[in-house]
Design a protein around this ligand. Structure first.
Ligand SMILES: NC(=O)c1ccc[n+]([C@@H]2O[C@H](COP(=O)([O-])OP(=O)(O)OC[C@H]3O[C@@H](n4cnc5c(N)ncnc54)[C@H](O)[C@@H]3O)[C@@H](O)[C@H]2O)c1
Length: 332
């Protein structure tokens, strides 16, 4: 089996490519390297270029006519940047995804797995969401993903292209074999701040302790990126069975229970020698209690649930941080 991965030199796409290799699937990568790293595509079929470039896509399909499925990870993903550059974000994430869809249909492709997000849901009172929860995007970035999903649902209804949207929450960790990981030194979410606090010896601030969660601190849905990659392998290898006759289907890929900030700290302390110091403070403007997803659909259709604990995800993030600079100096 052979799979085209757009954005396959980025954090998630490169991890999916590694998981493909381990599963005996050949990944072919197309990436502009706008944020991705050439090192992450070492020893893999690699095309440097843009997903909107029809001539490039035609060349890839001519050279790899046996590509069965396309995994579409390519996007810009920085929320504050999407607020200051909405035009750039709609162009990168929506316009280019539309052009990609056109190139796929023109080349007779019929299976697409789309990297979507769970960050656009409005959670219920218990913080839980599922695929039918209201979608209320809180940023231009989140809205580009929601617009893409609507666009893909329409395209699937009117063309032979069939689409599974995997909605990710907060990936942590790295490929357990440390072939790839996060390009940036620190994750942007609470784990990044925890690692920074630990490295600097400064206390970690728990912002908000009175939320309606099981321990009062905020809740998020962290999933090991290798588990996320496994969900892609499940979606790729059983694509037609997953869809069960549907043209378009969203699937949340999350933990089922979520992790509170206090639980994240406890997991962190279980894998480091010196526990991190903490201070408690009120929520900052714009802070929310957060959400997590029920994962019944992923369990039922992908036969998938996370295998890694949060502590293992944190440990792999730290192991990756220790080798990141040496991996990223392999190629320019
Ligand atoms: N990281 C997260 O927390 C998260 C959460 C939910 C969803 N997602 C989605 O997962 C996908 C991958 O995210 P990531 O964290 O790996 O980000 P990333 O920035 O590491 O990877 C994105 C990759 O896409 C490439 N790219 C961007 N635009 C391109 C274009 N027009 N043509 C070719 N390549 C292009 C970049 O160079 C990069 O390698 C994105 O679609 C993102 O929206 C990520």
């Amino acid at each position: 089996m052979k799979v085209l991965i757009t954005g396959g030199a980025g954090y998630i796409g490169s991890t999916v490519a590694s998981a493909c290799l381990d599963a005996g699937i050949t990944p072919v990568i197309v990436d502009s390297l706008v944020t991705g790293r050439r090192e992450f595509a070492t020893d893999r079929h690699f095309y440097r270029g843009d997903i909107a470039d029809g001539a490039l896509l035609d060349q890839i399909f001519a050279e790899h006519p046996d590509l069965d499925v396309v995994v579409h990870c390519a996007a810009l993903i920085v929320v504050p940047e999407s607020v200051t550059d909405p035009v750039g974000y709609y162009e990168a994430n929506v316009t280019k995804s539309l052009q990609l869809a056109r190139h796929l249909i023109r080349n007779g492709r019929s299976r697409l797995v789309f990297s979507s997000t769970g960050c656009f849901y409005q959670p219920g009172p218990d913080g839980a969401v599922d695929e039918d929860s209201p979608i209320v995007p809180g940023s231009p970035y989140a809205r580009t993903k929601a617009v893409c999903e609507g666009m893909f649902a329409d395209i699937a209804a009117g063309t032979p292209l069939r689409i599974v949207s995997l909605r990710y929450f907060n990936p942590i960790g790295a490929d357990p074999k440390l072939r790839t990981g996060l390009q940036a030194p620190y994750p942007t979410h609470a784990l990044g701040k925890l690692i920074q606090a630990h490295d600097s010896g400064r206390p970690f601030e728990i912002t908000g302790t009175d939320y309606p969660t099981r321990d009062g601190s905020g809740i998020r849905d962290y999933v090991h990126v290798w588990d996320l990659a496994a969900a892609h392998i499940a979606a790729l290898t059983a694509f037609d069975d997953v869809l069960r006759g549907e043209e378009y289907l969203p699937v949340n890929v999350g933990s089922g229970t979520g992790t509170t900030v206090r639980e994240l700290i406890a997991a962190f302390d279980s894998v480091v020698e010196e526990p991190v110091q903490t201070v408690e403070s009120p929520p900052r403007p714009g802070d929310v209690s957060g959400c997590f997803t029920r994962s019944d659909r992923a369990k039922r259709l992908l036969n998938w649930e996370p295998q890694y604990t949060i502590a293992e995800g944190i440990a792999d993030s730290l192991r990756w941080a220790a080798v990141r600079d040496s991996v990223l100096s392999v190629a320019g």
